[in-house]
Design a protein around this ligand. Sequence first.
Ligand code: FSX
Ligand code: SF4
Ligand code: F3S
Length: 395
Amino acid sequence: MSASIFDLNRDSLAAVENRLQMPRREFLQFCATVAATLGLPAGAEAAVAKAVESAKRPSVIWLHFQECTGCSESLLRAEHPTLEKLILDVISLDYHETLMAAAGHQAEAARKDAMAANKGKYVLVIEGAIPTKQNGIFCKIGGRTAIDLAKECAADAAAVIAIGSCASWGGMPSTIPSIAGADSSPTGSAGVAEVLGKPVVTIPGCPPNPYNFLATVVHFLTFGSLPAVDKLGRPLFAYGRLIHENCERRAHFDAGRFAMQFGDEGHRKGYCLYKLGCKGPETYANCPTIGFGDAGENNWPVGCGHPCIGCTEKGVGFQKPIHTVAKMMNVAPPLQYPRISEEVGKGSNFASAAALAAIAGAAAGGAVMLAKNLGLSHQAAELEKTKESTSKAEV
Ligand code: FSX
Ligand code: SF4
Ligand code: F3S
């Protein structure tokens, strides 16, 4: 029989409660959240709890290059536990330029000491892209280029994690300006794997969801290895599915109900944002399933009414114009639909809309229905426009 949380030692739970200054219930809830995020089978929270309570505390060296520090900021907003608790307990954050008190030579010494003391065992986290043009002179720390520092710190690391889209594939700094002849970003910004010439685990997103980073670190603590990744180094537990597959507006998409412009009736009713340029159909991430900021249901870009811009996806985020419609990677309707979030009091029965959409999606099966729906919706929009202009003319 597999271990359960009831097998956890009461004394060690009390010890972790003291250490984390966190009620036992909250600690177990955190372990369950991480286990669920990782897609682990039922009961795995016990293994997670055991790993966290033993406090192995791997040394973490965190480098900052071309970025806005949004990745660190988003971690600071994480709950269960807060980053402060995580820093002090789950990992030993030995070098982090924006959070450490040390500066200058003292900070450099802290990095070198931690690397020497934990040779071959520390986790290197890199936030930000690495400029490669003109030998990388566009980003220097302590007189060393980002290229140099990344290579030096990666040489003896047990694992390298690129956090954020900038470090994963270049992100915003790698955007190619829309000027004649431009074929790369001004500083030649690249992702960590490209510069190191070897695969690394990537947690893209601008900023990335803090749980995806926390879960990756806890996986390392629990199993002594990093989670399974796709060919771009993204953990499958977080980036294995398209946003479009789990979106709460998906039933509207399959039923052909679209917001045509911001603030129109469809937008107010929570219809699908595909026609406003939502990149959910070509973006792999778990945003709809885990949300952001522990601020309740639907707290993610599409949930708040903004099309996904594909911030996790190379070649989509910061590259494709926001209102260009997405490429469809998979048109098969899902077997189940997430619950639609309805704006209360707008007079529509969304429960029946969802049911009808589910039936329509299942019956039509994919591409044919999709094309039909999109066509119908365009026709409907055109009809609306004609009606509007006719009524204006009548006035
Ligand atoms: Fe910023 Fe991080 Fe975006 Fe980049 O997140 S939120 S620009 S991914 O490297 O700080
Ligand atoms: Fe959701 Fe966007 Fe897909 Fe519409 S296109 S269902 S808003 S992910
Ligand atoms: Fe980014 Fe789209 Fe998620 S913009 S945060 S990948 S919903």
